[in-house]
Design a protein around this ligand. Structure first.
Ligand code: HEM
Ligand SMILES: *[C@@H]1O[C@H](CO)[C@@H](O)[C@H](O)[C@H]1NC(C)=O
Ligand SMILES: *[C@@H]1O[C@H](CO)[C@@H](O)[C@H](O)[C@H]1NC(C)=O
Length: 490
């Protein structure tokens, strides 16, 4: 009884001391730093209740904050700080600096991966060492998958169908093709399951994935976390199966044929030479495979889902792209990457589809490595800093008629050629040392799959379908399910 009392009062004292200590530290910090503006929030929980009360949609709330506080604002939850950048200049200034280039880990994924690092992404480091990623644009692989998608569209025989799952399968196959040299059937249940899981992981993270960078929230046994954990686990189970199969089949004597083999090859080489294997461990391999799957499936699939929807919504633009393809390529072969420079309207249209769909709301945050200054404010070490990409792609200060679909926006008025400099404002793949390592692959996929489908089919929506670019907001902004017909072109 007495010990119990003592323990309770001891506990109460400890808790109280902690809270008071915390408040004092917060107050001192406020004095010492000139922090960016932002919603005040409560002690400890910060803006958590405001963000989750259900009074506002997350998107509307962020919208209000963006309006109220402008180019750079800060909010916090349970001691984790978030800064949102709503300015092209600030994004450039910040991410050119190495002090902004740690990554805010997605905690549930790190838990599953047993990784704690916020160091530079592995894939990024290994890119240089694994020539298989470095030297190849994977055009043949992508074209082979596009051919399957064409067959699949053709098999719909002009009836209305929802293309989104098939697009996911196509893009996922490109990734598994690179990783394992193996691709899957459209009705392989295990594989369709994987693509669904990948979608779920993104949906569950939500815009900015804010809650999953906050330790208390990421590990709380909430319904949403259970859904996320299950999705992450589903992906990992699939991944372990692939790796196991590969380890068994792999013969170090053979030339590596895919990324996993190249990785194992390097690991075996290093072991044979008795040098430190460094990052070439099973744990790191798992991480690389995971990064490729998570980074490479949802982004490209969702973009293509929008691209096809927009073509069906703007039949005149679609016809103009097809006319250019017919003129430059003809009807006897399919477009290839080497044709790109001769297809300015097609290129420009594809980038405008990207801009118009507002694919990413808030890019996966960076984390500050030390105390830094930005835009006249102090940003403390360990702050998560996210680019508001949806602002970058729609701001009237960067784009004329920003709310309109202008397919030739990226064509240089003087030369009549597509000019990649005109798309710089989008920052689609990030800025600085943390840029997307999949950019080249993504661009190959978007070009090849988009042009091959339009070369072969005319896409149409049911008569009278309202034109919209409002979709569903997860980590990416994806279209609501839609149905199109794909009429074969002769
Ligand atoms: C339309 C397609 C894509 C878009 C718009 C996109 C965009 C991005 C952005 C904005 C970032 C963060 C950059 C930063 O923090 O500065 C990123 C990171 C990343 N992306 Fe992509 N990406 C795409 C496709 C891909 C593909 C195909 C892969 C895989 C091959 C991939 C793998 C990754 C990885 C692993 C990271 C993390 C890099 C790091 O933390 O250092 N992405 N991507
Ligand atoms: C990003 O910018 C858009 C457009 O200005 C705005 O509606 C949105 O609320 C902003 N998001 C954040 C997180 O500030
Ligand atoms: C997790 O990582 C730590 C340190 O990197 C390592 O010691 C431990 O064995 C790992 N655990 C599992 C289950 O892989």
């Amino acid at each position: 009884m007495i010990t119990e009392l003592i323990t309770t009062s001891y506990l109460t004292t400890t808790v109280l001391t902690c809270i008071v200590g915390y408040l004092v530290v917060q107050l001192l910090r406020r004095k010492r730093y000139k922090l960016p503006p932002g919603p005040k929030g409560w002690p400890i929980i910060g803006s958590y209740l405001t963000l989750t009360s259900g009074k506002y949609e997350l998107r509307d709330l962020l919208n209000m904050w963006a309006k109220e506080y402008g180019d750079l604002y800060m909010f916090s939850m349970f001691g984790s700080r978030f800064v949102i950048l709503n300015s092209y200049d600030l994004v450039h200034e910040a991410f050119q600096s190495p002090d902004f280039n740690d990554r805010a880990p997605i905690l549930p994924c790190n838990k599953a991966l047993n990784r704690s690092n916020t160091e530079l992404n592995l894939l990024f480091n290994l890119k240089c060492e694994l020539s298989i990623i470095h030297n190849s644009n994977f055009e043949d692989l992508v074209a082979a998958e596009a051919a399957k998608l064409i067959k699949n569209f053709a098999s719909q025989e002009g009836t209305f169908f929802n293309p989104i799952t098939d697009i996911y399968v196509t893009v996922s196959n490109v990734i598994t093709g690179i990783l394992t040299g193996k691709t899957y059937d459209y009705n392989d249940e295990e594989f369709v399951e994987l693509t669904k899981r990948a979608q779920q992981v993104f949906e569950w993270m939500g815009p900015g994935s804010f809650f999953y960078h906050v330790p208390v929230l990421a590990y709380m046994p909430m319904e949403n976390n259970k859904m996320g954990d299950a999705a992450v686990k589903g992906m990992f189970d699939f991944l372990e199966k692939i790796l196991k199969r590969h380890r068994q089949a792999y013969n170090p004597e053979d030339e590596p044929k895919d990324l996993i083999e190249a990785f194992m090859h390097e690991e075996a080489n290093k072991k044979a030479q008795n040098v430190d294997v460094g990052s070439f461990t099973h744990q790191c391999l798992k991480q690389v495979v995971w990064d490729l799957m998570l980074g490479g499936i949802e982004t490209v699939s969702t973009s293509l889902s929008w691209y096809f929807l927009f073509m069906a919504q703007y039949p005149d633009v679609q016809a103009k792209v097809q006319a250019e393809l017919d003129k430059v390529i003809g009807r006897d072969r399919l477009p290839s990457l080497s044709d790109r420079q001769n297809l300015p309207f097609t290129e420009s249209t594809s980038v405008e589809c990207y801009r118009f769909c507002r694919l990413i709301n808030v890019q996966i945050p960076h984390r500050t490595r030390c105390d830094v200054k930005l835009g006249g404010y102090d940003i403390p070490k360990g702050t998560n800093v996210g680019t508001n990409a949806s602002w970058l792609s729609s701001s009237p200060s960067l784009w004329e008629n920003s709310e309109e679909f202008v397919p030739d926006r990226f064509i240089d008025k003087e030369t009549g050629l597509y000019n990649s400099k005109l798309e710089a404002g989008l920052v689609e793949f990030g800025v600085g040392r943390r840029v997307c390592p999949g950019e080249q692959l993504a661009r190959t996929e978007l070009f090849v799959i988009f042009t091959h489908i339009l070369h072969r089919f005319t896409l149409r929506l049911p008569e009278g379908t309202p034109i919209t670019r409002n979709g569903i907001n997860g980590l990416t902004h994806h279209p609501k399910p839609y149905k199109i017909t794909a009429a074969p072109r002769r």
